[in-house]
Ligand binder design. Structure first.
Ligand code: ADP
Length: 400
């Protein structure tokens, strides 16, 4: 059957709608008023039963064409929920009105077909039928209820589509995270081996071959940079899936900063890293993660400033918190960059073509500080430099 009209069967209003639409279609097909009423009554009798006793009902009205003959037909489908016999009792009245009445059951889906043949006197032709279908296609809703129902169905459809899109986007995101996680794991192993051999080679070269030691130190530095990038890739996927792991311990902050600064100095050989420590305090931190934050802030300070300039690393106590700041005299940032600097993958337009990077470091640093119950902020002026500050809670002095 080619469907001209669909009415979903949910309540009494739909019953009226199914009745009115049956009348309209029968009328357009050239049937007499008596036949229109008979057909519409039979359809609404079945629809009433379906609305009362079944679920997911749908009434489809259209025309079946067979051997050049046409029949006005209603297919009323629903999901059988309970005893079909109780429904069939109600169908008997409709069957008396229209003898061409079939019930087809496939699994739980039931289809009731009601058909009435269109007499030749109606002078229906395929062309005329085509126009009738077009008429119903173009026809707007016949009542405010149908209008609301139509809009609801549209919203439902849009909602379904959005849900599917969301599922798809989440699937792609999961795939991306899994790829990042696997790829960075795989990259980490050979790099760790490479780094061990470079360290061994530096030791073996000792002081005997100065230029060789210099080259090896450069390889070592680049290996550390590569390790940091791979760690960032791994962290992004972990942080997205909420799987970032922390090993918190109680730490003397000044001692930790002094030791970290020694290691990080190696990464910024062309800058002078000045450390200025405030009052000694204890903090609860994951030292590996915290070193990652310092590493990122100090490497950025070096990357985005001219070689030979200073980077200041300071700590000071502010109430119940300790503040750590990293200041550079570099290129600084625009207002727009200041706003977005902690966003994932954000990189200022000005730096994209001149400086390497992925825009992951500050996003990860901000997550780590968040997870330490802390706060990270930035102040910056274009052409003058930037200062990044993060604060974390201080532990009572007697904490072990
Ligand atoms: P990356 O440096 O790899 O691009 P980050 O997440 O560490 O990624 O930094 C994001 C962006 O913030 C950088 O691309 C740059 O535009 C800006 N930025 C970060 N640190 C500084 C700094 N010290 N001076 C100027 N711009 C900076």
């Amino acid at each position: 059957m080619k469907v001209a009209i669909n009415v979903s069967l949910e309540n009494e209003m739909d019953l009226t709608l199914a009745y009115k639409k049956s009348i309209k279609l029968a009328e357009q097909l050239g049937l007499t008023v008596a036949t229109q009423t008979t057909f519409a009554t039979a359809v609404s009798e079945v629809c009433r039963e379906v609305i009362d006793k079944a679920i997911d009902g749908l009434c489809s009205l259209g025309v079946i064409t067979e051997d050049g003959r046409f029949s006005l037909t209603a297919h009323i489908t629903f999901v059988q929920d309970g005893n079909l016999n109780s429904l069939q009792a109600g169908f008997s009245y409709a069957r008396k009105l229209i003898p061409v009445f079939d019930v087809l059951i496939a699994e739980q889906q039931v289809t009731v077909s009601i058909s009435i043949s269109i007499p030749r006197s109606a002078r229906l032709t395929p062309q005329k039928l085509h126009l009738i279908y077009k008429h119903f296609d173009d026809l707007g809703p016949i009542s405010p209820y149908e209008e609301v129902k139509f809009r609801n169905m549209e919203l439902y459809r849009i909602n379904q589509q959005k849900e599917l899109e969301l599922i798809h986007a989440n699937y792609l995101n999961d795939q991306k995270n899994e790829f990042l996680s696997v790829a960075s794991h795989e990259l980490r192993t050979p790099l760790t081996i490479l780094k061990s051999y470079v360290e061994l080679a530096i030791q073996s070269a000792g002081n005997q071959n100065e230029s060789l030691t210099k080259y090896l130190a450069k390889i070592d530095l680049q290996t550390i940079k590569l390790q940091t990038l791979i760690q960032q890739l791994l962290d992004i996927s972990k942080m997205e899936t909420g799987q970032a792991d922390y090993n918190y311990e109680t730490v003397d902050l000044n001692k930790f900063i002094t030791e970290s600064a020694e290691l990080i100095r190696k990464l910024v050989p062309n800058h002078e890293l000045k450390v200025n420590l405030g009052e000694a305090v204890k903090v609860r931190t994951d030292v590996v993660r915290m070193e990652q934050v310092l590493n990122n802030l100090i490497s950025n300070a070096a990357k985005y400033s001219v070689p030979g300039t200073c980077i200041d690393l300071e700590t000071f106590v502010a109430g119940k918190e300790v503040v750590v700041s990293v200041r550079d005299c570099g290129i600084g940032m625009s207002e727009e960059t200041i706003k977005r600097v902690f966003d994932k993958f954000y990189r200022a337009d000005e730096v994209k073509n001149h400086y390497n990077g992925f825009g992951m470091g500050l996003y990860i640093a901000s997550k780590i500080i968040d997870d330490h119950d802390g706060k990270i902020t930035v102040e910056s002026e274009e052409g003058k430099g930037s200062v990044f500050r993060f604060s974390i809670p201080i532990l009572p002095q007697d904490t072990k």
